[in-house]
Write a new protein. Structure first.
Length: 292
């Protein structure tokens, strides 16, 4: 049982039965507070594998399709896609009631960018281009309310426009996932210091930026990139943090190897890749058939 969880008998009270699904009691300042738990946060803390979808098309229908497919979490790419804050909010609404946890890769390691995306309903942030421990601290501080951070209090979508203000204010710091992106040679060299930052739940390797940093653009299987990934993975194991990776072309053997190696925060493909791949395959099959 994770630290801070109340036994169900005490949590529910004598004779009151089980807690509502998706709820648990967290002990905060000697007071038990019932909150909605973040299943991805819990899974990562227990070193269980989580599988995520990746959205670059700014439409909630994509989130609905991914959610119904069964992804544990779905990340909206606000860095490399034409994605506004309003787009993210609508996409997150497409995940409501499905069990998929909304994440966002924010556009940059910026206090306001992180604050706004969390206010809009993200339950985890993936922060790009973090190269040092100091930059990791900046991301964590932006993701947390005082006294742990500098996130501002307000009525917003994340707390149901104030209806759940007190609960959310008390518990968001415990339930928000902060994932740091490791995308450069500098970050790999500083990985131990980055992982020592309190509040970092894990790191996420950006394979294409990593390849560029090592001078082998696009060669994600190059020896230098593979060695860098292995260095990051071993550091995560030493520090007890989740290791994540984006498998852009999610071939079965690649996924199996990532899981076997110890990655637990795994993004599989992305909406644009799935559409492109399936379209090309359908056309190839049709044209091949027509030639016979």
């Amino acid at each position: 049982m994770p630290r801070g969880f109340a036994p169900q008998s005490r949590a529910a009270g004598a004779g009151s039965g089980a807690l509502p699904w998706g709820k648990y009691l967290l002990l905060i300042n000697e007071e038990y507070v019932m909150i909605s738990f973040n299943p991805v946060k819990k899974a990562l803390s227990e070193r269980r594998v989580t599988l995520g979808g990746w959205i670059q098309i700014g439409h909630p229908a994509v989130a609905e399709i991914f959610s119904q497919a069964g992804f544990d979490w779905i990340a909206v790419d606000c860095e490399h896609a034409d994605m506004s804050l309003a787009d993210f909010s609508n996409i997150a609404r497409g995940m409501n009631g499905t069990g998929a946890v909304p994440f966002a890769r924010v556009r940059e390691n910026d206090t306001l960018a992180i604050r706004q995306i969390l206010d809009a309903g993200a339950r985890g942030v993936i922060v790009p281009l973090v190269n040092t421990a100091e930059e990791a601290v900046k991301a964590v501080v932006a993701s947390n309310f005082p006294p742990e951070g500098v996130r501002g209090f307000a009525f917003c979508r994340a707390n149901n426009w104030g209806a759940d203000f007190d609960e959310y204010a008390k518990t968001a710091n415990h339930e928000t996932v902060v994932i740091i992106m490791v995308e450069s040679k500098q970050a790999v060299e500083n990985i131990d210091e980055i992982l020592e930052v309190r509040g970092v739940d894990g790191v996420f390797i950006g394979p294409y930026d990593m390849s560029g940093s090592y001078g082998v653009v696009g060669q994600t299987n190059h020896d230098s990139v593979r060695e860098a990934c292995a260095t990051v993975l071993e550091a995560c194991k030493r520090h007890g943090k989740a290791a994540g990776i984006h498998i852009v072309d999610p071939a079965k053997e690649v996924i199996e190897k990532a899981i076997s190696d110890g990655f637990t925060f795994i993004a599989l493909g992305m909406d644009t890749v799935f559409i492109s791949g399936a379209s090309r395959e359908a056309l190839r099959a049709a044209r091949t058939g027509g030639d016979q």
